[in-house]
Design a protein around this ligand. Structure first.
Ligand SMILES: [Zn+2]
Length: 340
């Protein structure tokens, strides 16, 4: 009998995993699996492998080419003709938590939203997230499931990013309270092997080697820290790069003329520290990536003291500015001390 792996997560900021009617009535396994898949794909691409874009097309399993017809992400998470290698069972011990309604840049409720423009920008939160602890049981459905792959992705999310949706508004910082020990070397080696099976450029899809991970110290209230950071970043792109609107919408996101998600995400501050991360691809609208990255780092300094900056093969990286390769960079992200 295949063994189930169990992990207990504790939320550090409210978690958003979706649900009907723009509310998050409970923790949805699909939201967590979606997040794990997104990161797994970014890791495979970051190590030079092909991972399909599941929003456009997914691979289809072809029994005549059993080893080559689906990408590593589909092989683990499933696609047409090929079942997901595991089932995620949630034990939900959470309660509703977090902002709901309109909030001002100071992180305080702002019921006069829209009426009094002089009070500055406001953000609208349609419903509360969930806080508490969550038991995750990874139930293998096939003998070839390697639970270490999922543990590695969870560890990356815990240390540098956040879980679930709405991460651009600070949701989803989690802590692994109880989890089997992660074998970092084995995790990286398995990913490398999966990536090497189908090498391909990342083709404008999120990839680890085009991402950055920062930890920023702030004295702001947890929610105010997020709202301030978003405001400063957006404002800076109004004037930088000749006011390049296309670039601003690409980096900061927009709801106008076709919704575009922000490429920069951040957690609410937890004990005075925010996680900020993003994917800034090589090809940007009329701007060089280097200049944009320098601009983002310079701007984030205005929202707090940068304690750590991780970015592949960049002099901006504060731990390993010239790693021997992408695998070493990933390993360093997961090792203790990988943040300073
Ligand atoms: Zn695929």
């Amino acid at each position: 009998m295949l063994q189930t792996t169990t992990v207990t997560l504790r939320t550090l900021t409210p978690l958003w995993t979706g649900g009907a009617d723009r509310t998050c009535d409970r923790v949805h396994a699909t939201g967590i699996v979606g997040s794990l898949r997104w990161w797994y794909e970014a890791l495979i691409r970051g190590l030079g492998g092909y991972a399909c874009d599941p929003t456009r097309h997914t691979c289809a399993y072809d029994p005549e080419k059993p080893d080559r017809s689906v990408c590593p992400a589909c092989r683990l998470f499933g696609t047409t003709g090929w079942a997901r290698r595991f089932r995620l069972v949630i034990e939900d011990r959470t309660h509703p938590d977090g902002p709901v309604g309109a909030y001002g840049a100071d992180g305080q409720p702002s019921p006069g939203r829209g009426r009094d423009r002089s009070s500055g920008p406001t953000w609208y939160f349609p419903g509360q997230g969930r806080s508490g602890t969550i038991g995750l049981s990874i139930v293998p459905l096939a003998a070839d499931l390697d639970p270490n792959l999922l543990l590695g992705v969870l560890a990356l999310i815990e240390r540098h990013a956040a879980l679930g949706a709405r991460t651009q508004f600070g949701y989803g910082r989690v802590q692994l309270q109880r989890a089997p020990a992660l074998d970092v070397a084995a995790f990286v080696a398995s990913l490398q092997q999966a990536a090497a099976a189908g090498p391909a450029p990342s083709h404008g899809l999120p990839a680890l080697d085009e991402m950055f991970f920062a930890q920023i110290e702030t004295r702001e209230q947890p929610l105010a820290a997020v709202l301030k950071l978003r405001r400063i970043l957006r404002k800076s792109f109004h004037t930088a790069f000749g006011g390049n609107r296309e670039l601003r919408h690409f980096i900061c996101g927009t709801v106008a003329g076709g919704r575009q998600a922000s490429k920069v995400c951040c957690s609410q501050a937890v004990q005075g520290i925010m996680h900020v991360w993003g994917w800034i691809p090589e090809e940007l609208p009329h701007a060089s990536r280097e200049a944009v990255m320098d601009h983002i780092k310079g701007t984030l300094k205005e929202s707090g003291c940068i304690r750590s900056w991780r970015e592949y093969g960049s002099p901006r990286d504060t731990v390993l500015p010239s790693p021997p390769d992408r695998a070493a960079f990933l390993a360093s992200l997961l090792q203790k001390g990988g943040v300073l």
